[in-house]
Design a protein around this ligand. Structure first.
Ligand code: ATP
Ligand code: MG
Length: 594
């Protein structure tokens, strides 16, 4: 990963402790690796595994990656990087119906963008279908699995409840030979979807419902995006996932808390397959951490898909979306996400993280990397009446106030300037130090001027501000500091400025928990998260920009002084005509109550 210069110190967490203890005890030291995923005998024939640990990020390619995935990605790749290991990118594509190639490519791009490198370890769970099928045959032969032919509803009824034990299926005592024959015919396509299912034979009375003979293979007459029509039986996720980990020599299989109750089955299954010598020991171990919950967004693929399909946003990469493609277009940085992941840490208890934490991390990193530029977002003409119409000169502005090594740039100055409309008023409130008739301000990096009045249209709107320049007051020239003024405003030469478009993005939702019940409102049980969309989450404005910004390349990031951090949009910018998106404001305006 490309974060070696990250200013953050790595904070420890319970997973780091587990990995460190395993490394100290040599828990995984005896593993062999044949250079690719494989069965127990295949791995044993290889050399000792050069990777001290192996972790994985296993997305299902059924949507774009969101901020929650970033936490998991940075955790898994971070552990591998820090402990001499490898982290695999694995497409968990065992469900034939919902997966698409578009998502596969988007996931690869997003993980790369975050700075993570999987080397040669890019895998597809569907490549393991043959092994999974053989593992199922083995379980049947060894008496650990049987074909059940109950209806789905009988199966549900007989599973029991949290307080009542389940009931054995009438098919539970089928002979291995009969189950094997049925399983082969399931694969041969003889039966319709749902007519038979292969189940593990464990314990219908287990207090853990997940151990009450869980289904491991089902019939699905569906075309898979990689294996086509080769199979009409597909493994269940809970069966497939442990096998995928084992074939890939994963040492620490890290998942979110809701899988905690699945861990006993994970271990049961791998133990059985190791007993049958299909897998090599030591086996992978599963660990759970709490998923990321963030305020002001939704992090569920189902809801994100709905936002896109119903066109509440412009697409998956809409800069307001909590997707990684959205964040990228917004101007967020991988390093900002890395800082965020370190700051929120990894725990086993569920919590809600405030969006302002992520925004602050982005702001801190952008402050560090973004050159300063001038932008006038609400332009009003300022005419310097004592400057000649054809006069031109250059002023020097630093590229970064704390980084003198970044040097200075020249900004053209002339008689007619653009200033912010809010930097002038005819009737100043108390404490207003900017332009009003009779007041002096400094044009930042330029001259001190004194306001003499303004011009108005018939409706009384101010169309231009008038001022006189004080000739010996230019910043950086001898004697300039003798002028003591309280106001300091930014400006652009009207003749030289680059007129462009800026999109001001704000939070997509107006409330911290979109769709949640409102406190003190007992009628309000079912609310739609869409009702909480922020109607002001995007504004497109016509602006005037410093001439140098015309040359900005897509994804170049800047601080527009006094306004925030902006990025040249990677989609909408044309060559020589960039348009900019606001990534974050300079200060958090939400926590103060907007
Ligand atoms: P969703 O619930 O949004 O559909 P998912 O968990 O089904 O997400 P997967 O593609 O299966 O999506 O996720 C890949 C990995 O990302 C999993 O290991 C999962 O644990 C992790 N992950 C998903 N959401 C979060 C989250 N909010 N916080 C941390 N990790 C997450
Ligand atoms: Mg999932």
């Amino acid at each position: 990963m490309a974060h070696s210069e990250s200013p953050e110190v790595k904070t420890s967490n319970f997973l780091r402790h587990i990995v460190e203890a395993d490394l100290a005890a040599g828990t995984h030291a005896s593993r062999h690796w044949c250079g690719k995923p494989g069965s127990g005998p295949q791995q044993q024939a290889g050399a000792p595994d050069p990777a001290k640990i192996r972790t994985r990020f296993p997305p299902e390619p059924n949507g774009y990656l969101h901020f929650g995935h970033a936490k998991s990605i940075l955790l898994n790749f971070g552990l591998a990087r820090d402990y001499g290991g490898a982290c695999h990118l694995r497409f968990d594509d065992t469900n034939p119906e919902k997966e698409e190639l578009e998502y596969v490519e988007a996931i690869i791009d997003a993980v790369h963008w975050l700075g993570c490198d999987w080397g040669d370890n890019l895998y597809h769970a569907s490549d393991y279908f043959d092994f999974m099928y053989q593992a199922a045959e083995y379980l049947i032969q060894a008496g650990h699995a049987y074909v059940d032919s109950q209806s789905a509803s009988d199966m549900r009824t007989n599973r029991g409840t949290l307080t009542a034990a389940g009931k054995d299926s009438p098919y539970r005592n089928r002979s291995a030979a009969e189950s094997l024959d049925l399983f082969h015919r399931m694969k041969a396509g003889e039966f319709p979807d749902g007519s038979h299912v292969l189940r593990a034979r464990i314990d219908m009375a287990s207090p853990n419902i997940n151990l009450r003979d869980p289904a491991i293979y089902r019939i699905r007459h569906a075309t898979h995006h990689r294996t086509g029509d080769r199979f009409c039986v597909y493994p269940m996720y809970t069966f497939a996932h442990p096998i995928e980990d084992a074939l890939e020599n994963i040492t620490h299989s890290i998942c979110t808390l809701e899988f905690e109750d699945q861990r006993p089955f994970y271990d049961w299954l791998l133990e059985r397959l190791a007993e049958g010598s299909l897998l090599a020991r030591p086996l992978p171990r599963q660990y759970e951490f709490s998923r990321l919950n963030l305020t002001y967004v939704v992090l569920s693929k189902r809801k994100l898909i709905q936002l896109v399909e119903e066109k509440h946003v412009a697409g998956w990469d809409d800069p307001r979306m909590p997707t990684l493609v959205g964040a990228r277009r917004r101007g967020f940085t991988p390093e900002g996400f890395q800082m965020f992941a370190e700051r929120i840490g990894v725990t086993k208890s569920d919590s809600m993280i405030d969006m302002s934490v992520l925004e602050e991390c982005q702001r801190e990193h952008l402050n560090d990397i973004a050159p300063r530029r001038i932008a006038v977002l609400d332009p009003l003409k300022l005419i310097l009446t004592n400057v000649a119409p054809d006069h031109e000169e250059l002023c020097e502005a630093p590229n970064h106030p704390q980084k003198s090594e970044w040097g200075k740039r020249s900004v053209p100055f002339s008689r007619e300037l653009w200033i912010e409309r809010e930097d002038f008023t005819e009737t100043p409130p108390k404490g207003y130090f900017r332009l009003f008739p009779g007041n002096r301000v400094r044009l930042r990096y330029g001259f001190v001027i004194e306001c003499t009045g303004c011009e108005k249209d018939a409706a009384g709107n101010v169309t231009a501000v008038l001022a006189e320049l004080l000739p010996d007051s230019k910043s950086g020239t001898p004697g300039a500091d003798t002028y003591k003024v309280k106001g300091n405003i930014h400006w652009l030469s009207a003749r030289h400025a680059y007129p462009s478009e800026v999109r001001l993005y704000d939070r997509l939702f107006a409330v911290p928990a979109p769709g949640a019940r409102r406190e003190g409102d007992p009628e309000d049980l079912e609310r739609d998260f869409l009702d909480d969309l922020n109607p002001d989450s995007m504004q497109t404005i016509a602006v005037q920009l410093e001439p140098a910004l015309k040359d900005a390349l897509p994804e170049d990031r800047f601080q527009f002084e006094r306004h925030g951090y902006f990025v040249a949009d990677r989609v909408a910018s044309r060559h020589g005509a960039p348009v900019f998106n606001r990534a974050v404001t300079l200060k958090d305006s939400w926590s103060k109550g907007k």
